[in-house]
Structures are given as structure tokens and as C-alpha cells.
Design a protein around this ligand. Structure first.
Ligand code: HEC
Ligand code: HEC
Length: 229
């Protein structure tokens, strides 16, 4: 109970701190500052119960467990969740539930989940989060130089509250960045970074991250109680 509240509020504090620094105009410096929490332990929260997460998430697999499944209007791929950081997945679900992210289907999917349900589902879907390789693959495009300070040169996030982008669907990455730019997603940190991007930059960035390995994957684990872990 306490651990959960502490982590949530410290993530919030980091967001506010980063937003404040950004407002001061020190972009590159801000990315470095924000990179500092990387030292925090990335272990899965002890109180999360992936078995319970599995038990209550069968409807989710109807979209997130089908390779190549698309959101209908507009058309873009449903995001890959396996290998993602559980802390980030939980933050995203809070976003859909509480209104920081505008997406009707995901809002109704998350609306009835308790905070504990969200922790449990996040732990289940994350599986084994991607481990950073610490290496760039090829040349990081100019437009992504700032982005890799949080999302990693190899697309594996440097801290558990940031999403890994490695191997994520290209069209979903474009969509997500546009949502921060247009305000459908309200996260202040990403709103700041997305605001400066041109359409061409977004294409280049999405292409770069979507081709990195090791990659996030579509949920494809056998669906039985016995294999819940
Ligand atoms: C009808 C299809 C559908 C169902 C069912 C569904 N999702 Fe989603 N989910 C999506 C789409 C589409 C997105 C991307 C939304 C956006 O553009 O922000 C998404 C986004 C997400 C994200 C954010 C991923 C990221 O990288 O930020 C998480 C986490 C998530 N879903 C978890 C769930 C869970 C948990 C359930 C079940 C309780 C569920 N979804 C049910 C379609 C679905
Ligand atoms: C200071 C750290 C930081 C920097 C620098 C940063 N991001 Fe992010 N990024 C985040 C955080 C935190 C989130 C999660 C926001 C949320 O809750 O929606 C995020 C989310 C995203 C997502 C959504 C991923 C998903 O699965 O939905 C994309 C795409 C993204 N960032 C791309 C970028 C790009 C492109 C840049 C550079 C222009 C960038 N980021 C710079 C911290 C950062």
C-alpha cells in the first residue's frame, strides 16, 4: 500500500520537476536531469500479483494478444505490451482511466479497474521487461538525439517509468507522438518534447525505434492458469 503510493508520487514529482526545467528552456539539461532516476531499482513491485492480473485481463488479449490487430478509426496498430516496463504500463492505464489519455475503448476498458488491478495487470503483461544493451544500433537520427536520453539508444527505457520503444509498431509510435502534440495525451514531459517535432521528424523517429532489437512483442503466451508466471 505505502510502497505503491510512494512510487506514484515520486513519478509525479519527477514529471513536475522535468516540466519546470523544460519551462526554463534548458532542454538538453532537463533530459539529463530526468535520466538520473535510472539508478532507482527496476525490480517488479512485490505487491503486484500477475496471476490475478491474468485472471482479469482476458478481454484485453482480444486486441493486445493478436499480432497485427488494428485500431479501426483511425487505423493504426494496437501497441505491443510484452517486454514493456510494468511501472509504465500501470501509468498508461491510470492515464486512460483517469482522463490523461483520450481513447474511448481504452477508457472503458480501464474504467472499472482498481489501482491494485492495474498493478496486477501491468505485472502480467510486462512479463520479463526488456534489458538494456547499452548500445546504439546504427546511427541515432538527429531528430531522436534528445529522445534516447530517456527511451535509450537501443530503445530500452533507462528508467522504469519511461516506456521502451524498441520494436514497437511504427504506426502506433507515430500516433502516440501525434497525440502528445495535439493534446489527446496530456503528459507534460512528452507534450513538451513532441511540440517541437515536425511531421518528417516523427516519421524518422518512429522508423528508427520500431526497427530496434531486442523488441517488444505482442502478448502470445498460452492462456492457462498453470502458466500464469
Ligand atoms: C478493442 C481493442 C482493445 C482492447 C479490448 C484493449 N485494448 Fe489496450 N489498447 C488498444 C489501443 C488501440 C491502444 C492505443 C490507444 C492510444 O492510441 O492511446 C491501447 C493501449 C493500451 C495500453 C498503452 C500501451 C502503451 O504503450 O502506452 C495499455 C497498457 C493497454 N492498452 C492495456 C490494456 C488492458 C490491460 C486491457 C484490458 C483491460 C486492454 N488494453 C484492452 C486496444 C485495446
Ligand atoms: C525526460 C524523459 C523523456 C524524454 C527526453 C522523451 N520522452 Fe518520450 N516518454 C517519456 C515518458 C515519461 C512517457 C510516458 C508519458 C505518458 O504517461 O503518456 C513517454 C512516452 C513516449 C511515447 C509513448 C510510448 C507508448 O508506448 O505509448 C513515445 C512514442 C515517446 N515518448 C517518444 C519520444 C520522443 C520521439 C522523444 C524525443 C523527441 C521523447 N519521447 C523524449 C519520457 C521522455
Amino acid at each position: 500500500m505505502n510502497g505503491r503510493r510512494t512510487r506514484a508520487s515520486s513519478v509525479h514529482a519527477v514529471s513536475i520537476a522535468v516540466a519546470a526545467i523544460l519551462a526554463a528552456g534548458a532542454l538538453a539539461g532537463a533530459a539529463q536531469e530526468a535520466a538520473a532516476p535510472a539508478a532507482a531499482p527496476a525490480a517488479a513491485p512485490a505487491h503486484a500479483d500477475p496471476r490475478h492480473g491474468k485472471a482479469i485481463s482476458y478481454t484485453c488479449l482480444g486486441c493486445h494478444g493478436i499480432d497485427g490487430y488494428k485500431n479501426a478509426y483511425p487505423s493504426y496498430s494496437v501497441p505491443k505490451l510484452e517486454g514493456q516496463n510494468p511501472e509504465y504500463l500501470a501509468a498508461a492505464l491510470h492515464g486512460y482511466r483517469d482522463g490523461d489519455r483520450a481513447h474511448l475503448t481504452m477508457h472503458s476498458q480501464a474504467a472499472t479497474l482498481s489501482d491494485q488491478d492495474i498493478e496486477d495487470i501491468a505485472a502480467y503483461f510486462a512479463g520479463k521487461p526488456l534489458a538494456p544493451t547499452g548500445k546504439a544500433q546504427g546511427t541515432v537520427p538527429q531528430a531522436a538525439t534528445l529522445c534516447v536520453s530517456c527511451h535509450g539508444q537501443d530503445g530500452v527505457a533507462i528508467a522504469p517509468m519511461y516506456p521502451s520503444l524498441a520494436g514497437q509498431h511504427e504506426d502506433y509510435l507515430v500516433r502516440a507522438i501525434e497525440e502528445y502534440r495535439k493534446g489527446g495525451r496530456k503528459n507534460p514531459v512528452m507534450k513538451g518534447f513532441a511540440a517541437n517535432l515536425k511531421d518528417e521528424d516523427i516519421q524518422v523517429i518512429a522508423q528508427y525505434f520500431s526497427h530496434l532489437t531486442p523488441s517488444l512483442t505482442t502478448e502470445a503466451r498460452p492462456y492457462t492458469w498453470l502458466t500464469a508466471r
